[in-house]
Design a protein. Structure first.
Length: 131
């Protein structure tokens, strides 16, 4: 585990215990995630929009997860996938280059470790929503 991951887990000991003490299998986690997403879509009758950077990697991973639990084939949910930087650029009315500089310059580079990348992308998105 690299130091930034260790620092993250040290700040979130309850989450660390939940992820490491008697964890559920990836299949169970995937099925639970899919069920949660499906219930939200049915409850609010809205399409699901997933925002990530780069969206093609994250979207591919999530779509594979959905296929593994057969949600991709059976669900009536409308899915859209958006890349973080163009989405922020549109939101702020700036170019993609300006959006990337404005919303991500305060963040460290993405380490390409899933939980850390998600955390940093979430910070950039929340920062954009506050402007």
């Amino acid at each position: 585990m690299n130091s930034s991951a260790r620092d993250f887990w040290n700040r979130h000991p309850t989450a660390y215990r939940a992820a490491t003490d008697d964890p559920i299998s990836p299949q169970e986690a995937g099925a639970a995630f899919a069920k949660c997403v499906e219930s939200l879509a049915k409850r609010y009758m809205l399409p699901i929009a997933l925002i990530a950077r780069p969206h093609n990697f994250d979207a591919g991973h999530l779509f594979s997860l959905m296929q593994a639990v057969h949600l991709a084939e059976t669900s009536k949910i409308s899915w859209t996938w958006h890349d973080l930087v163009p989405t922020l650029a549109y939101h702020a009315g700036v170019t993609q280059k300006e959006a990337k500089a404005r919303f991500t310059k305060h963040l460290p580079p993405l380490p390409h470790v899933a939980d850390q990348d998600s955390y940093l992308q979430g910070l950039a998105f929340c920062r954009a929503l506050q402007t």
